[in-house]
Design a protein around this ligand. Structure first.
Ligand code: T5A
Length: 213
């Protein structure tokens, strides 16, 4: 496949959405993308129409519909399978670039490290849902938990954020381990949004410029 798949990962409130928007302004004119390639911004959960319905059930369900941990794991996997087959794979096959806010690493960190679900089951579901699609690069926005809580401020928590600090600390530890295991690029996110953006741009230039004709 000639397209490229870029992912931003990290704990809630680490700045992914902010950085993704700025990358969307820069990448198409950066000289890194081949001419004619389109940049697609997407996210998990919720990158497809089915995914948007699943996102509501996962993050803001009526109390009586809140999923148990195993059901939650399967819903994230269903969102990903649909996302890969309906959106990511076709875009990459066309030679487009896809920039996603979260991908399968989030399931390992949240449902594995956070919830304590069986890691092998999670890896089996990852293999089924991603069906051979892996990111070309994953940027891990590394931010201390206390700073992410401060940034989120008075904003209402969704169902996952409401799990509390010890859950989120396990998730943060999971991301740190995954970044080392999977060769993700760490990004020091505890600085101003503009500085983080400049850092990410340099990292992407280093990664992709050598592939330019
Ligand atoms: N989930 C997801 C799972 O449990 N399993 C899975 O498999 C998957 C895929 C998704 C939830 O689902 C869970 C994880 C999540 O809990 P979401 O809303 O998509 O939920 O994800 P969040 O990460 O929670 O999104 P947020 O919007 O909360 O965080 P962002 O996007 O990382 O951060 P952002 O950019 O919105 O910034 C947060 C605040 O900080 C400010 C922003 O203005 C904003 O107010 N900010 C900064 N302030 C100072 N300095 C900077 N550098 C700043 N950058 C941003």
């Amino acid at each position: 496949m000639s397209g490229r798949f870029l992912v931003l990962e990290g704990i809630d409130g680490c700045g992914k959405t902010t950085q993704l928007r700025q990358l969307a302004d820069w990448l198409p004119g950066s000289g890194l993308m081949p001419s004619g390639a389109t940049l697609h911004l997407t996210r998990e959960p919720g990158g497809t129409p089915l995914g948007r319905a699943l996102r509501e059930l996962l993050l803001n369900p009526p109390a009586e519909s809140a999923p148990d941990p195993t059901a939650e794991l399967l819903l994230y996997a269903a969102d990903r399978a649909q996302h890969v087959e309906r959106m990511i794979r076709p875009a990459l096959e066309r030679g487009d670039w896809v920039l996603s806010d979260r991908f399968s690493g989030s399931t390992i960190a949240y449902q594995g490290d956070g919830r304590g679900l069986n890691l092998q089951t999670i890896l089996d579901l990852e293999r089924i849902a991603t069906a051979g699609i892996t990111p070309d690069v994953t940027l891990w926005l590394d931010l201390p938990l206390q700073e992410s809580l401060r940034r989120r401020g008075a904003r209402a928590d969704d169902r996952i954020e409401a799990e509390g600090e010890s859950f989120l600390m396990r998730v943060a530890d999971g991301f740190k381990r995954l970044a080392a295991e999977r060769g993700w690029i760490p990004v020091e996110a505890d600085q101003g949004a503009e500085q983080v953006q400049q850092l990410i741009r340099r990292l992407l230039e280093d990664r992709f410029a050598q592939a330019l004709p």
